[in-house]
Design a protein around this ligand. Sequence first.
Ligand code: FE
Length: 198
Amino acid sequence: MLNIIEEIIFNFSNNKSLYIGEELTMSEHMIQTAMLAEKNKCSDDLICSSLLHDYGHFVLEKPNQLVNDNIDGNHEMIGANYLKKYFSNIIIEPILLHVDAKKYLARNKKYFDDLSEASKTSLKLQGGIMNENEAKQFEKKKNYKNAIKLRKFDEGAKKQNIKIKDIKDYKELLISKIIKMLLNCVSSMKVLKSKILR
Ligand code: FE
């Protein structure tokens, strides 16, 4: 189970692909997103979601190629599905919803105008701006507010030449979240066992 930590650290350290259409790497972008969550005094869970929000790009092959071919790779779903074996829902939900959060926020003209060109292009591929009904449905989703926070950090995490942390600085946080997930699994199994034996 803890091998995932080594895998995350390996991917962040070795994957040098650029964040789609931007001048920084995917790893730098995700670390900057987590740093913004820390700066804004978010919970450890949301810092963890922020750090891993684009992990689906590491799982997907050739994300840049997908954009060039006008295909949406559904990186949020791929990342969330991959990581949900190791991290609890409170961490996974904002990852899963961070693309919907962009579609939701883009209803605001200023937010839309401030998006980078790459982000505007991917917005189109992801289905475009939400209509009122879609926005209402989005607001019913658990943890959507954290997805919106994450999205705002995401947009701000595209700076170049700033001092950023190392993925290893987040190792302890990642381990603590995986251990929490394991303990939750153990306690649910105990409850199940006691029900069966009753
Ligand atoms: Fe991102």
